[in-house]
Design a binder for this molecule. Structure first.
Ligand code: ZN
Ligand code: ZN
Length: 156
């Protein structure tokens, strides 16, 4: 005879001693199997959650750049210089409406104008040389990429 009982349920099977013993072993092993397979079932939603987090997290985790920025639109080539206090993580072109995150970390640009004004920008431009207008007098200042320093410097 074998009896399975919970607080509210109870079943008694009238079996021979041998059958009861076999049934007991089968039940116990399947119960153990059940408890073995239980953890992955509860872990699965967690994994899905983390995947979701990864999918939604990057926009927030993405590095934001503040200060003077010199950004070139990858679509239409329009360049803008502005100062951001809230932080910028990508191109947002007013001309063509292009919106995309920066593909590479922005590089520093040191602009040293003849008027005596010195300013530091961050740029997404990749050309070896380009002009950047002085924020003080508006004169275009030529800058060149210094590979050793990994930044743009004013050509003297
Ligand atoms: Zn554009
Ligand atoms: Zn100047």
């Amino acid at each position: 005879m074998i009896t399975i009982a919970t607080k509210t349920k109870r079943i008694t099977l009238k079996l021979s001693e041998e059958e009861s013993s076999r049934m007991f072993d089968t039940l116990v092993s399947s119960l153990l199997e059940l408890s073995k397979t239980e953890p992955p079932k509860t872990e699965l939603p967690k994994m899905q959650e983390s995947e979701e987090n990864e999918a939604t997290a990057p926009p927030d985790k993405r590095k934001k750049y503040t200060g003077f920025l010199h950004i070139k639109c990858p679509d239409c080539g329009n360049t803008v210089s502005f100062c951001s206090k809230t932080g910028v993580s990508g191109v947002s072109c007013e001309k063509c409406g292009c919106k995309e995150p920066f593909k590479e970390p922005l590089k520093q640009v040191w602009v040293s104008c003849e008027c005596g004004n010195k300013s530091k920008y961050l740029t997404n431009r990749t050309e070896e040389m380009f002009d950047i207008n002085c924020i003080n007098c508006g004169t275009p200042v030529a800058v060149k990429y210094n590979e050793k320093k990994g930044m743009y410097e004013t050509i003297k």
